[in-house]
Design a protein around this ligand. Structure first.
Ligand SMILES: Cc1cc2nc3c(=O)[nH]c(=O)nc-3n(C[C@H](O)[C@H](O)[C@H](O)COP(=O)(O)OP(=O)(O)OC[C@H]3O[C@@H](n4cnc5c(N)ncnc54)[C@H](O)[C@@H]3O)c2cc1C
Length: 458
């Protein structure tokens, strides 16, 4: 970036402006996935909306792409890019709850940990992710799948409005009644349409839940998957549950002689009355012998951070994703071939249900284009040692190839790898054409292209 532009930024920005010559540059350019090593032109750590407007305007003037960073968790590292202006919202973490209307305003740099901390004090919550360190922003704009999805819908289904800085630096609040086409596109279009500085959500009365994890022997996985597939179809909506493969970490509830062994797992979260929890979870207890479990009442934020320790910042990440309509025998065979070969304790695969409340909303009602799927499956390769890159990436790719014949062509945009660009249309699904039209309207020069990119119509 030329000197004048840097001087202009430094003169107008209340937050930090970090350039390659700054000592802080190497720390500021890091994102969650340690495999990402990009050198942006400048990193603007915005203090407020005014900073965001300035950064976007100057990027436009200098004709540089903008990489928007919310929580920085994008696996392909979309929160940074070579020669880009990084608009980093990490300092913007304000959360305001209105307990009377059960709504919350959360700034674009919040993680789900920040969000839950604020809402839990009022006994309120909405769908966030499975762990607490992920950003509210990227997760919501791509969909938002978590423990509460079956009852409360995707995170984006709970969005009431969004404050947005558009590509030309103008500011709008998008909602059902104000810029409804933009509001539609934001709910599933990822970071393609502007920088969302504040999200407003509806909340539900959810305080403590009954949840945790059950581990089963690998050979029982087909029974567990079949039970899961059958039961989750019509299970009470207060039940969140997902199937996983997991190497046992050294935790007190797992017998010491089994630490390091591979298991299949059901993770459950019952958000209904506590005296009905045992009945709601019973089918999973009866599916096969439960080797050990850690399930009980706890505050919702505790459930939301239960697995944080398995995924600290600084691991290498390579993920693939598919949408699935049903867990067929062929799919179960593919899982049995590759699931037990999960290479390290951090890596996993999760089969998340996206039925229940997600299916109540029409596919064309928001930009999220895969409401006909029953599951979103992620194969998440996560490992500490770069020397293990090849073996982990191979495992993810082989697993993905084996599942492909039993899956939809598209996968959840928030789980997709950066080498999936040939599948962007399939990942956005049936709403892709409309998204391209709106991209042409709101970001015709593709200023926001560091993402699962929706290219404007030429
Ligand atoms: C360990 C881990 C666990 C995860 N668990 C879940 C889960 O349970 N459920 C789920 O649905 N997903 C999950 N994800 C995927 C997650 O939804 C995506 O990685 C998401 O993009 C993260 O959002 P972020 O703000 O942290 O990321 P960032 O890297 O900051 O941004 C990701 C994308 O969103 C855009 N973006 C970010 N902030 C804004 C903003 N304010 N305005 C406009 N665009 C913006 C960026 O441009 C980029 O394209 C997980 C990811 C990881 C690494």
């Amino acid at each position: 970036m030329n000197e004048k532009a840097v001087t202009d930024l430094k003169g107008q920005i209340r937050g930090d402006v970090v350039t390659p010559s700054d000592e802080k540059y190497d720390v500021a350019r890091k994102v969650y996935n340690a495999m990402i090593d990009k050198r942006p032109a400048v990193i603007v750590r915005c203090a407020d909306v005014a900073d965001v407007i300035t950064a976007v305007k100057i990027a436009g003037r200098e004709n540089l792409p903008v990489a928007i960073r919310g929580g920085g968790h994008s696996v392909p590292g979309f929160g940074t890019a070579d020669s880009a202006v990084v608009v980093d919202l990490g300092r913007m973490k304000g959360v305001r709850v209105d307990p009377v209307s059960k709504t919350v305003w959360a700034e674009g740099g919040c993680t789900w940990g920040d969000f839950n901390h604020a809402t839990h004090a009022f006994g309120l919550a909405t769908t966030g992710g499975i762990i607490s360190t992920t950003g509210v922003a990227g997760l919501t704009l791509g969909g938002g799948i978590g423990y509460l999805t079956r009852g409360a819908g995707l995170s984006l289904d709970n969005l009431v409005s969004a404050d947005v800085v558009l590509a030309d630096g103008s500011f709008v609040t998008a909602s059902e009644s104000n810029h409804p086409d933009l509001f539609w596109a934001l709910r599933g279009g990822g970071g393609n349409f502007g920088v969302v500085t504040t999200f407003q959500y509806r909340l539900q009365s959810i305080k403590d839940i009954v949840g945790g994890v059950m581990l089963y022997e690998v050979e029982d996985a087909p029974k567990v998957m079949r039970t899961y597939n059958e039961y989750i179809t019509d299970a009470p909506r207060e039940l969140g549950a997902f199937f996983a493969w997991q190497i046992a970490p050294p935790l007190p509830f797992i017998p010491e002689n089994r630490h390091g062994d591979t298991f299949c797992a059901m993770v459950v979260c019952w958000a209904g009355p506590h005296d009905q929890a045992a009945k709601a979870i019973a089918p999973f207890r009866q599916a096969a012998h439960v080797v050990t479990e850690f399930v009980g009442p706890m505050p919702y934020p505790a459930m939301n951070s239960m697995f944080d320790g398995l995924v600290p910042a600084g691991l290498q990440h390579y993920w693939k994703a598919v949408y699935v309509r049903d867990l067929t025998d062929g799919a179960i065979d593919a899982h049995m071939k590759f699931g037990p070969r999960v290479p390290v304790v951090n890596s996993t695969i999760h089969i998340y249900p996206i039925n229940g409340a997600v299916h109540d909303v029409a596919t064309e009602a928001t930009a999220f284009g895969h409401r006909d799927a029953k599951y979103a499956t992620v194969i998440a390769g996560m490992w500490p040692d770069p020397k293990q890159n090849e073996v982990n990436i191979r495992w993810v790719k082989d697993y993905y190839a084996a599942l492909a014949p039993y899956s939809e062509r598209g996968g959840y945009i928030n789980f997709a790898a950066s080498d999936d660009t040939d599948r962007v249309g399939a990942n956005f699904g049936s709403n892709f054409d409309q998204l391209r039209k709106l991209k042409s309207k709101y970001d015709p020069s593709n200023r926001f292209r560091i993402n699962q990119n929706i290219t404007p119509l030429s």
